[in-house]
Design a protein around this ligand. Sequence first.
Ligand code: CUA
Length: 256
Amino acid sequence: MNALRLERRILIISTAFVLILFGIAALAIDMFHVGLPTCLTDIKPFLKGEVITHSPDHFEVHYVSKMWAFDPEEIVVPAGATVDFYVSARDVTHGLVLLGTNLNLMAVPGVVNYARVKFDQPRNYKLLCHEFCGTGHERMAATVRVVDRATFDAAHAAPKPLEPTDPTYKLLEAKDCLTCHSIDGSESIGPTLKGILGRSVKLKGGGTAIADEAYLRESILKPEVKIVDGFDDVMPKPELTDEELKQILDYLKTLK
Ligand code: CUA
């Protein structure tokens, strides 16, 4: 057999294999409803970065890596703290290296990677992306600030808002609203509910809206219609009776 014929055969066979592979994948999706793996983008911990305090010297940090930033951009922990890092990516593969420590993790869409670091001394640590991830790669950085215990405690001694006793607050909790919306003004996965009534809202894709009662009603019942700029269309439609909806609307008006 001459070389040309051999090459042609190899080409035909490998093309056939690729087609069979795609065919099997299509069959699996269509007939057996096998889901293709996707990114973690709609799973709560990886929509937004988060710092969770387990005890005065044990913290858990969720880093979301995306083109081209880490969220959270800066975290502050006290010297002596043990920090559990959980990292993932929302778009492409990134990598995290925390200079001066052993932390070195890949941030891969659909995967959560983990490392634990104990910070003994006050010091600023630079977190950099070490995986080439596009044109803004070299700008991708964050900071871990380790401060002494007294500084940390002073910064965190601010009085917390009182635990609301309103029964509607409990309803909001039961309907999972408060997982993403705060009532104290802090932004989370969704916009804060504090002072929502009458607020001028910038919308994704341009335009503004005034958050009057009609807007609030629509945003609760059809959250996908108007998305607030800076947030994602991730709110599930809540199941509410007319009575519950009215109760919530009345409560929102009181959150000045
Ligand atoms: Cu992200 Cu390089």
